[in-house]
Write a protein that binds this ligand. Structure first.
Ligand code: ATR
Length: 281
C-alpha cells in the first residue's frame, strides 16, 4: 500500500444496517484526520466464506465481524489469538501483508476497560462475580473475568445446560447456579453483570431482586438500548456503583482501529454521545 492510499476497513454482518460500528469508527477517522473509510459489509451466511477469504483481494486492511458470523470467522482465519480460541469467536480481523487473515476477540478487553472507566479502583480479585446469561457475550465476559483474577464466578442462565457447557469449556473458577436461585447467589457478590437480552428495548424485562447485594457491589448491564435499564436504575437508587453498556462497544473497537489505521483512539464523552445518538429504540 502506498502512503496516500485510502485505508479501508468495515464490519461484516447479516443484517448489518443496525451496526453502530460505522458510526463509531467514522467518528475516530474524522477526529484523527485519517485517510480511511469504514463501511458496513452485508454478507449472507451462505456467502460468508468466499467474501471473507476475499478480503485481501478486495483491498481491506481488516474488518470487524458481527452477528451471525463470529464463529464462522474463527473457522476461516489463518491464525487466531488465544482469546478468540477460548471464546470460540472472532470479532476483529487484520489482513496481514502476505494477505493472510489474523483473528482476535476484543469483547473481553472492551468489557474490562468499560468497567475500569465506570468503576475506577474496582478490585477484581476481591470477591465473587455473578454473570446472568450464557450466550456469546457471556463467554467473552467470563473469560475476561478469569484473566482479571476474579476468584469465584457464578454463572446463571435460563437454559442451565448452556451455562454448564460454557463452564466446562472455559477453564477457571466458574460454577453454575440455577436461574431460579439468581437472587440468593447475590448476597456476597462484588460484581453483577447482565449479559442477557432481558431489559433491552422490545425484549422482556429482567426479573431480579438485588436487595441481597452488598453495598459496595458494582453492577454492569451490557444492554445499551436503553442505556438506563431497569437494572441500572434500581441499582443506582440503592446507591450502588453502576456501569452502563455502551462503553463495552466503544472499547472493544479500539484494538482494531489501532491496527488498521495506526492511531490509538480514545473513548471520549463526545464519542459516547455521537454513538448513542445512533441507537435506535
Ligand atoms: P449473545 O450472543 O449476544 O450473548 P444470545 O446467544 O442470544 O446472545 O444470548 C442471549 C442470552 O439472553 C442467553 O443467555 C439467553 O438465555 P438462554 O440461553 O436460556 O436462551 C438469555 N435470554 C434471552 N431471552 C431470555 C428470557 N426470556 N429469559 C431468560 N433469559 C433469556
Amino acid at each position: 500500500m502506498t502512503k496516500n492510499e485510502t485505508i479501508k476497513a468495515g464490519v461484516i454482518g447479516w443484517p448489518v444496517g443496525h451496526s453502530l460500528s460505522p458510526r463509531l469508527h467514522g467518528f475516530w477517522l474524522q477526529a484523527y484526520s485519517i485517510n480511511g473509510i469504514y463501511e458496513p459489509i452485508a454478507v449472507k451466511p451462505e456467502d460468508f466464506r468466499d467474501q471473507f477469504r476475499g478480503l485481501a483481494d478486495a483491498g481491506y486492511a481488516g474488518v470487524n465481524v458481527t452477528v451471525p458470523h463470529k464463529e464462522a470467522a474463527l473457522a476461516n482465519v489463518d491464525e487466531a489469538d488465544d482469546n478468540a480460541l477460548r471464546i470460540g469467536a472472532v470479532n476483529t480481523v487484520v489482513v496481514r501483508d502476505d494477505g493472510s487473515l489474523h483473528g482476535s476477540n476484543t469483547d473481553g478487553f472492551g468489557f474490562i476497560e468499560n468497567l475500569k472507566d465506570g468503576a475506577p479502583g474496582f478490585d477484581f480479585t476481591n470477591g465473587p462475580a455473578v454473570i446472568l446469561g450464557a450466550g456469546g457475550a457471556a463467554r467473552a465476559v467470563v473469560t475476561a473475568l478469569i484473566d482479571a483474577g476474579v476468584p469465584d464466578i457464578r454463572l446463571t442462565n435460563r437454559t442451565m445446560s448452556r451455562a454448564e457447557t460454557l463452564a466446562d469449556q472455559i477453564a477457571g473458577p466458574v460454577t453454575v447456579v440455577p436461574w431460579e436461585k439468581r437472587d440468593a447467589t447475590l448476597n456476597d457478590a462484588q460484581l453483577l453483570v447482565n449479559t442477557t437480552t432481558l431489559g433491552m428495548n422490545n425484549q422482556p424485562p429482567l426479573e431480579i431482586d438485588i436487595t441481597g447485594l452488598p453495598d459496595n457491589a458494582v453492577i454492569n448491564d451490557i444492554v445499551y438500548a436503553p442505556l438506563e435499564t431497569d437494572l441500572i436504575k434500581t441499582a443506582r437508587a440503592r446507591g450502588l456503583t453502576t456501569v452502563d453498556g455502551i462503553g463495552m462497544l466503544l472499547h472493544q473497537a479500539r484494538p482494531g482501529f489501532a491496527q488498521w489505521f495506526g492511531v490509538q483512539p480514545d473513548v471520549s464523552q463526545a464519542l459516547r454521545d455521537h454513538v448513542l445518538a445512533g441507537v435506535k429504540g
